[in-house]
Design a protein. Structure first.
Length: 62
C-alpha cells in the first residue's frame, strides 16, 4: 500500500469514528431527556395506600 492509500484509509476511519461518537452522544442526550421527563412525572402520580389491616398477619396453616 502506498502512503496516499494509507492516508485515505486513516481519514475514512477518523470520519467514521467521529460519526459514531456523534450518534452515541445524541442517543445519550435523548435518553437523559426522556429519563428527566419520567422523573418529573413521578411526584405527580398519586401513591396508592393500602388499607391498614392488609399485610399485618400471615396464614401459615395452609
Amino acid at each position: 500500500m502506498d502512503i496516499a492509500a494509507l492516508s485515505m484509509a486513516s481519514s475514512q476511519l477518523t470520519v467514521s469514528d467521529q460519526a459514531s461518537i456523534l450518534v452515541m452522544k445524541k442517543a445519550m442526550d435523548t435518553s437523559v431527556t426522556q429519563n428527566q421527563n419520567l422523573l418529573d412525572q413521578l411526584p405527580a402520580a398519586e401513591p396508592r395506600i393500602s388499607p391498614s389491616h392488609l399485610g399485618n398477619a400471615i396464614d401459615i396453616s395452609a
